[in-house]
Write a protein that binds this ligand. Structure first.
Ligand code: IMP
Ligand code: MG
Length: 179
């Protein structure tokens, strides 16, 4: 079985949207410093591009949580694999995530981070699949709502592949190819 990729959101459209989000965040947090929390691994590509488009002072920290383990369905189990290096106390914190799918990951993570006493805590996601939601999550900054399809690229993987694609694509498994 081979995999075919079709483009869902082009590189140009994604980059334009990230520029807009960066400008909006810079306006909303004017006069402040923003602390980005990048959720590894998927959020890394988006977080770097977003950070470059933010014109106010930015600091960044990284966290890894487990959600999908080489599978296209959510286990619903969330585990912190790598915690933040720095305290969140009195910081204007913005979580940067690749996609909100069932909502399980962020539903778990937001109270954990709030307990660390940031001045504020908001969520920025590149993609959202509203049809898949199991737990409510408030997304303050969103790139795109997408249909219930498994997407790859711009940090999103299929069995650890395709994160490096500069656009958002959909994997189509070619059933005719028996290899
Ligand atoms: P949630 O907890 O179901 O919201 O899932 C969040 C995580 O699942 C995301 O951070 C992604 O790592 C992964 N995920 C959800 N949907 C997709 C997809 O379509 N492609 C690749 N990864 C996905
Ligand atoms: Mg993720």
């Amino acid at each position: 079985m081979s995999e075919k990729i079709s483009v869902l959101i082009s590189e140009e459209t994604v980059n334009k949207k990230i520029k807009e989000l960066g400008e909006q965040i810079s306006r909303d947090y004017a006069g402040k410093q923003i602390h980005l929390i990048c959720i590894l691994k998927g959020g890394a590509f988006f977080a770097c591009e977003l950070a470059k488009r933010i014109s106010i002072p930015v600091s960044i920290d990284f966290m890894q949580v487990s959600s999908y383990e080489n599978s296209t369905t959510s286990s619903g189990i969330v585990r912190i694999k790598k915690d933040l290096d720095e305290s969140l106390e009195d910081k204007e914190v913005l979580i940067v995530e690749d996609i909100i799918d069932t909502g399980n990951t962020l539903h778990y993570l937001i109270p954990v981070l709030l307990a660390r006493k940031p001045s504020s805590l908001k969520l920025c996601a590149l993609l959202n699949k509203p049809d898949r939601r199991q737990k409510e999550v408030e997304i303050s900054y969103l790139g795109f709502d997408i249909p219930d399809e498994f997407v790859i690229g711009y940090g999103l993987d299929y069995a650890q592949k395709y994160r490096n694609l500069p656009y958002i694509g959909v994997v189509e498994l070619d059933q005719d190819d028996t290899e």
